[in-house]
Design a protein around this ligand. Structure first.
Ligand SMILES: [Zn+2]
Length: 411
């Protein structure tokens, strides 16, 4: 029945997704470059986009008039990150009039981001530059039916709208939703194991109807990837990968700031890749696959070492306290994580790998074993694999969902 009504709802058509401004392809490219690399000096931006100063000036005047960007006075130096391999040339009129830097009008728009789990959702409001401008909002689902989930999401949206109103910020432009699973056309959830949805759910249409705001629905790992590529450690990189560890293993790859798209993505394909031929056996029967990095497997492995039933939290607590068995398992786990990072680096060749997820804190506790695991599978003359560990916070996942709609609004 849900399926039937869902199909009708989707075929009734979705709300039109708004754009910040109407303009040429170059106008959009300039706005996107300022969003990623701003505040940025005019001369640097012109070099970056291969535009003459005159052409750039005409475009930036239009963007300033439209309220998308602003000029920050008295600064000839770019303060944002710059693309990999790009070195700005010295400006010839450096000693002339002081240059201005261009920046996005961050607080001119707001967006709501929501991350849905199996039993609850967390929401946050961000500005146009992907910075959180609200409090934390979290609600539990009374049950997992799409209708109940949508009602809870609509309640979170109301709380977020109240926050921005109280802060005197513009009311939200759109809602970005992130879920663990597979989404078709950024609108219909086709696979959501944590929500136990086994049929197509037109979640974007349902949220739009319940909130009156345009909505996009996205895979959660892809959302982290896009957020980092626009507003985080992945800005300007040619290739950038995200690896998440926690309840499951997640992976996604971006080329030039865009997720590599493939219809078979978001089914957790990296989760059973071999990381240690002497590792434990997973539920699918593989020996030493990447499942040994998940919370459940770590609880099992630790229980075996201790000779009694232990939870993942027991392991994490003992590892922090320096209990020898826990330290041994921590080192072994991080070495295996390093092997997985090396596999990603050797095959997909990203410039950087971001480690995120609920258990990413384990990676911070044993960096040397990660490097050893990476080096075990790298050529001695290959460049070192850059990786960065992000502290886990579900609000970051909510913010990342909002970044997806920002990119759509701007691009
Ligand atoms: Zn496996």
């Amino acid at each position: 029945m849900v399926d039937e009504s869902g199909k009708t709802l989707e075929s009734q058509g979705s709300m039109e997704f708004p754009q910040w401004f109407e303009g040429s392809e170059y106008m959009h490219r300039v706005a996107c470059a300022i969003a990623k690399y701003g505040p940025i000096a005019r001369t640097t931006l012109a070099q970056l986009l291969g535009l003459s100063q005159g052409a750039l000036s005409r475009i930036t005047s239009d963007l300033i008039y439209a309220g998308v960007i602003e000029e920050l006075p008295g600064d000839s130096v770019s303060r944002g990150p710059l693309p990999q391999g790009f070195t700005p040339k010295e400006s010839s009129d450096r000693r002339g009039r002081p240059q201005t830097a261009l920046a996005l009008c961050s607080n001119a728009r707001t967006f709501i981001g929501i991350k849905a789990h199996g039993t609850s959702a967390i929401a946050a409001v961000v500005n146009a530059h992907g910075e959180v401008v609200s409090g934390r909002h979290e609600s539990a689902f009374p049950d997992r039916s799409p209708e109940s989930v949508t009602q809870v999401l609509a309640g979170l949206v109301r709380e977020c709208v109240d926050d921005v109103t109280a802060a005197g910020l513009p009311s939200p432009t759109a809602v970005g939703m992130a879920i663990g699973g597979h989404v078709a056309d950024d609108r219909v959830v086709t696979f959501a194991p944590f929500l136990r949805w086994d049929h197509d759910v037109p979640l974007a249409s349902m949220v739009e109807r319940a909130t009156g705001l345009p909505c996009g629905v996205y895979n959660d790992i892809d959302s982290l990837l896009v957020d980092a590529s626009w507003f985080g450690p992945g800005v300007g990189l040619e290739a950038f990968a995200v690896l998440t560890i926690g309840v499951g293993i997640g992976y996604s790859l971006a080329m030039h700031g865009r997720p590599v798209s493939c219809p078979d993505k978001s089914y957790g394909l990296l989760g059973h890749v071999l990381v240690d031929p002497e590792g434990p056996r997973c539920t699918a029967g593989h020996i030493g696959c990447a499942q040994c990095l998940t919370d459940d497997s770590l609880a099992d492995q630790y229980s075996q070492m201790m000779g009694r039933a232990c939870t993942f939290d027991d392991f994490a607590r003992d590892a922090r306290a320096g209990v020898p068995q826990a330290s041994r398992l921590l080192d072994r786990t991080c070495f295996r994580l390093g092997s997985l990072i090396a596999t990603i680096a050797n095959i997909a060749m990203p410039s950087k790998v971001m480690i995120a997820g609920e258990s990413a804190f384990l990676a911070r506790m044993a960096i040397d074993p990660i490097r050893d695991g990476i080096n075990r599978y790298r050529h001695s003359q290959a460049s070192p694999v850059e990786f960065t560990v992000v502290d886990h916070d579900w609000q970051l996942w909510a913010k990342a969902a909002a970044s997806r709609v920002i990119v759509r609004y701007l691009d």
